[in-house]
Design a protein around this ligand. Structure first.
Ligand code: FES
Ligand code: FES
Length: 192
């Protein structure tokens, strides 16, 4: 039997959706292949395998990452969330629910990546991080709304071959509104 660790492979531990997975990997193995081929987490999709379509998007330490360009060994010690881990038990994540309610998909192949990206986009916007189309970048600028233009720009790394973009933008906007309402209610509770 081959040793778990050699000059070209290592035994690593990946923390995925709150569970630790121990596995030996060739150093060239991408996170995408580790998820799909080694751990049977096939919700994350392979489209282009070269960082251009966004189908393989997952969250690494709450930031989105294309798993086809992330080496599995580089993901060790990070908190990885895949589409299989975004729901709370039987309760869908608000972004999943919005995609379902507003038909934010057709064939569904790009959808796991779209949803993971959208979750991060909403957090990035709520944290005040600007995009290439954010107009007022001055430090004293009031928080700016997550407009359809902002959503299109921030989600531009996620392609949809079915062209479901109109519904995807609506779904992200709906989920962002729900997220903002939850934050406002939480802030009121804290100050009450
Ligand atoms: S499969 Fe990773 S970006 Fe296309
Ligand atoms: S829903 Fe088919 S590729 Fe996006």
């Amino acid at each position: 039997m081959a040793p778990a660790t050699s000059s070209t492979s290592s035994a690593i531990t990946l923390n995925i959706n709150g569970e630790k997975h121990h596995l030996p990997v060739d150093h060239r193995t991408t996170l995408l292949d580790a998820l799909r081929e080694r751990l049977d987490l096939t919700g994350t999709k392979k489209g282009c395998d070269q960082g251009q379509c966004g189908a393989c998007t997952v969250l690494v330490d709450q930031r989105r990452a294309v798993s086809c360009l992330t080496l599995a060994v580089a993901a060790e010690g990070r908190e990885i969330t895949t589409i299989e881990g975004v729901a709370e038990g039987d309760e869908l994540h608000p972004v999943q629910q919005a995609f379902l309610d507003l038909d934010g998909y057709q064939c569904g192949y790009c959808t796991p990546g779209q949803i993971c990206s959208a979750i991060a986009v909403i957090e990035e916007h709520a944290a005040g991080r600007p995009s290439a189309v954010t107009e007022d970048l001055s430090p004293e600028a009031a928080p700016q709304p997550l407009t359809p233009e902002e959503i299109r720009e921030r989600m531009s790394g996620n392609l949809c071959r079915c062209g479901a973009y109109v519904s995807i933008v609506r779904a992200v906007a709906r989920a962002a509104e729900a997220h903002a309402e939850t934050r406002t209610a939480g802030a009121k509770e804290t100050t009450a």
